[in-house]
Design a protein around this ligand. Structure first.
Ligand code: XUL
Ligand code: CO
Length: 438
């Protein structure tokens, strides 16, 4: 049965096309900077936003019209699998991602949940075989069920901690079976509301213990996916432990997990942390930990995680710039952790939103590739720091300088170099020029 009968396969028609159901910039086969767009992007559908969410908000019920809503329980879960492959096929999305609860109902016990997962994973496995679609990552939802009110790895309740471990164990087994390229840990409720009732030290140690157990089990069963941790500064808890890329990296280093994990960075989470997305990518890239991306955007007037489809070409360009400078995302990809607005309730909107996001990133890729090819920023930056290439600056970089040698130099330096302008207005105008011209 078809769930998206009104929409056919989305094809590339070029930037002059007026067909809403066509790509204007995303041309999977087009080669940019030595790779096809499809290889660069590794676009992925987020099961939870596209198939599970129905558009509810704290003030109102679900609005979305979805063909699978006539079913319930396991029948609905099975229908969603069919819808998933139809959507990915029509939308030219090579990958998908899910939480355990997105694909299968929890039932009334952990045993029942495991059995439900197994039934659906059989269907997913078969669908992947016939379609060639791949699993970018899977994860365990350890935040929605009320048992996780105090956290999962950070809970004060050891039995809840064990339940979380059981979900991760199953998640790794599923990941291994479906050949997941990555396994994600987003610290859903790994944070706290007040220090007055919180043992922060124990909570952080316990999260790290869970990660080590996961790594041990992955090795034991031969799961070869990359582990990813996804930073977010707040929401649902007031203080999320995985605040941003830098915080996650220092946590991973402290607990000797930095060789095991990379980061799954999300645009709207960066905004909530007071950073740009490209800042987060740069921090991860410099530490060799740029793993994968959750593509979306926030709203400048709203201070929460609105998870909108990415449409800002300026941000997309700077994001893809970091990806290209990282020589790609390796096992990672670009996952649309993005949802259509509650008013965009028709199934067609799911296509229109993905087209918009994929086109924005495709255009960003092309502009970023041109900026790199022309060394627009790299040459400017090299010149800006050129005083560290020679003389005293070169001594600093070579580790030869001491406070005493620098003081000696400063005392005798009668003609110190003059500072030069950083020229950021000019550079931003050049960026605009590339976006508009390319
Ligand atoms: C929540 C969020 C999650 C993770 C996976 O803000 O981004 O959907 O991506 O748990
Ligand atoms: Co996310």
């Amino acid at each position: 049965m078809a769930y998206f009968e009104t929409v056919g396969k989305i094809k590339y028609e070029g930037s002059r096309s007026t067909n809403p159901y066509a790509f204007k910039f995303y041309n999977p086969e087009e080669v940019v900077a030595g790779k096809t767009m499809e290889e660069h992007m590794r676009f992925s559908m987020a099961y939870w936003h596209t198939l599970t969410a129905g558009g509810s908000d704290p003030f109102g019920a679900e609005t979305a019209i979805r063909g699978w809503d006539k079913y319930s329980g396991m029948d609905k879960a099975k229908a969603r699998v069919e819808a998933a492959f139809e959507f990915m096929d029509k939308m030219a999305l090579p990958f998908y991602c899910f939480h355990d609860v997105d694909i299968a109902p929890e039932g009334s016990s952990l045993r029942e949940f495991y059995a439900n997962i197994d039934t659906i994973v059989d269907l997913l496995e078969a669908g992947m075989k016939t379609s060639g679609k791949k699993l970018l990552w899977n994860t365990a939802n350890m935040f929605t069920n009320p048992r996780y009110m105090h956290g999962a790895g950070s809970t004060c309740n050891a039995d809840v901690y064990a339940h979380a471990a059981a979900q991760i164990k199953k998640g790794l087994e599923v990941g291994k079976r479906l050949g997941a390229e990555n396994y994600v840990f987003w610290g859903g409720r790994e944070g706290y509301e007040t220090l007055l009732n919180t043992d922060m030290g124990l909570e952080l140690d316990n999260i790290a213990r869970l990660f080590h157990m996961a790594n041990d089990y992955a090795k034991e069963i031969g799961f070869e996916g990359q582990f990813l941790i996804e930073p977010k500064p707040k929401e649902p808890t007031k203080h999320q432990y995985d605040f941003d890329a830098a915080t996650c990296i220092s946590f991973l280093q402290k607990y000797e997990l930095d060789k095991v994990f990379k980061l799954n960075l999300e645009a709207n989470h960066a905004t909530l942390a007071g950073h740009t997305f490209e800042h987060e990518l740069r921090v991860a890239r410099l530490n060799g930990m740029l793993g994968s991306l959750d593509a979306n955007q926030g709203d400048p007037q709203l201070g929460w995680d609105t998870d909108e489809f990415p449409l800002n070409i300026y941000d997309a360009t700077l994001t893809l710039y970091e990806v290209l400078m990282n020589d790609g995302l390796g096992k990672g990809g670009i996952n649309f952790d993005a949802k259509v607005r509650r008013q965009s309730f028709e199934p067609e909107d799911l296509f229109l939103a993905h087209i918009a996001g994929m086109d924005t990133y495709a255009k960003g890729l092309k502009v970023a590739a041109k900026l790199i090819e022309d060394r627009v920023f790299e040459d400017f930056i090299a010149k800006r720091y050129s005083s560290f290439k020679e003389g005293i600056g070169a001594d600093v970089v070579a580790g030869k300088a001491t406070l005493a040698s620098l003081a000696e130099y400063a005392l005798n330096n009668e003609n110190p170099r003059k500072n030069e302008s950083g020229r950021q207005e000019m550079l931003k105008a050049v960026l605009n020029q590339y976006i508009l011209a390319e």
